[in-house]
Ligand binder design. Structure first.
Ligand SMILES: *C/C=C(C)/C=C/C=C(C)/C=C/C1=C(C)CCCC1(C)C
Length: 260
C-alpha cells in the first residue's frame, strides 16, 4: 500500500517533465555552448533522482525520521518542477527566470526550516515559537530579494532587507533557542547533523547573496550579468537542496541502525 502511493508521488515530477516539454515551442533547443542552460538541465535531473531516492529511503528508516526524509523529497520535487520551467525560460529567452525562482524559494526555504525543527523534534520537545521565528526571518529575506530582483525597489536597499532576514535566521540557529536546545538535549549524531546544517545555512546560503551581488550590484548591466547570477544560484541549490537532504538521510540511517 505504502509503495503504491510512493509510486504515485514519484510519477508526478516525471509527468511534469513530459508535459512542460510539449507546452513550450520546439524550435529553440539547448545549445552545446549554453553552460547555464546545461546546468539547469543537469540539476533538473539530479533533483528528480534525489526525490526518488529520499521517498524510497523512507522505507528504511524508523518512525520520526520518515517525516524528515519526506520533507527532503518534497524540497527536491518542488525544485525539480521549477527547474523545468526555469530551464525553458533560460534556453528560449536567455533571461533570468526570477518569478519561478522566487516561487520555488518561497516554498522550499520554509520546508528546509521545517527540517531544522523536525531534526530537533526527533529527540526532544521543541517549542513551536522556534519554527515561527525561523519562518519570519525567511519571509523578510525572500521578500527583500524579490523586491530588488523584480525591480520594485532599488537593488541595494532590497539587498539589505534580505540580509537582515538572513542574519536573524543565523542568530536563531547559533545563539537563540534552537541552538541552545540542540546543545543541551541532542545525541552526538544529531548534534553533528545540526552543526553541519548550521554551516550549510551560513556558508551554503551565503552563495545566494553572492549571486545577487554579481547579478545586480557590480554596476554592470544586469542583462550581461544574467549568466553569472543563474549559474551561482544553480550551484547553490545543489548544495542546499540535495546535499542538505543527504545529510539528513545519513543521520536518519545512523540513528535507525543504532536502535535496531
Ligand atoms: C532552495 C533554495 C534556497 C535554500 C534559497 C535560499 C536563498 C537565500 C539564502 C537568499 C538570500 C538572499 C539574501 C541573504 C540577501 C538578498 C538576496 C537573497 C534573497 C538572494
Amino acid at each position: 500500500m505504502i509503495s503504491s502511493s510512493l509510486k504515485g508521488l514519484l510519477a508526478a515530477p516525471l509527468l511534469f517533465a513530459l508535459t512542460t516539454q510539449t507546452s513550450f515551442a520546439a524550435d529553440v533547443v539547448l545549445k552545446s555552448n549554453d553552460f547555464v542552460g546545461i546546468s539547469f538541465w543537469l540539476i533538473s535531473m539530479a533533483l528528480i533522482a534525489s526525490t526518488a531516492f529520499f521517498f524510497l529511503e523512507t522505507q528504511r528508516v524508523s518512525g520520526k525520521w520518515k517525516t524528515s526524509l519526506v520533507v527532503s523529497g518534497l524540497v527536491t520535487m518542488v525544485a525539480a518542477v521549477h527547474y523545468f520551467y526555469m530551464r525553458e525560460v533560460w534556453v528560449q529567452t536567455g533571461a533570468t527566470p526570477t518569478v519561478y525562482r522566487y516561487i520555488d524559494w518561497l516554498i522550499t526555504v520554509p520546508l528546509l526550516m521545517i527540517e531544522f525543527y523536525l531534526i530537533l523534534s526527533a529527540i526532544t520537545k521543541v517549542p513551536a515559537g522556534i519554527f515561527w521565528r525561523l519562518l519570519i526571518g525567511t519571509m523578510v529575506m525572500l521578500v527583500g530579494g524579490y523586491l530588488g530582483e523584480a525591480g520594485y525597489m532599488s537593488v541595494w536597499p532590497a539587498f539589505i532587507i534580505g540580509m537582515v532576514g538572513w542574519a536573524y535566521i543565523l542568530w536563531e540557529i547559533f545563539g537563540g533557542e534552537a541552538g541552545k536546545l540542540n546543545a543541551s538535549s541532542a545525541p552526538p549524531s544529531v548534534q553533528s547533523a545540526f552543526n553541519t546544517m548550521r554551516w550549510i545555512v551560513t556558508i551554503g546560503w551565503a552563495i545566494y547573496p553572492l549571486g545577487y551581488f554579481f547579478g545586480y550590484l557590480t554596476g554592470a548591466d544586469p542583462k550581461s550579468s544574467a549568466a553569472a547570477l543563474n549559474i551561482i544560484y544553480n550551484l547553490a541549490d545543489v548544495l542546499n537542496k540535495i546535499a542538505f537532504g543527504l545529510i539528513i538521510w545519513s543521520v536518519a540511517v545512523t540513528e535507525t541502525e543504532k536502535k535496531a
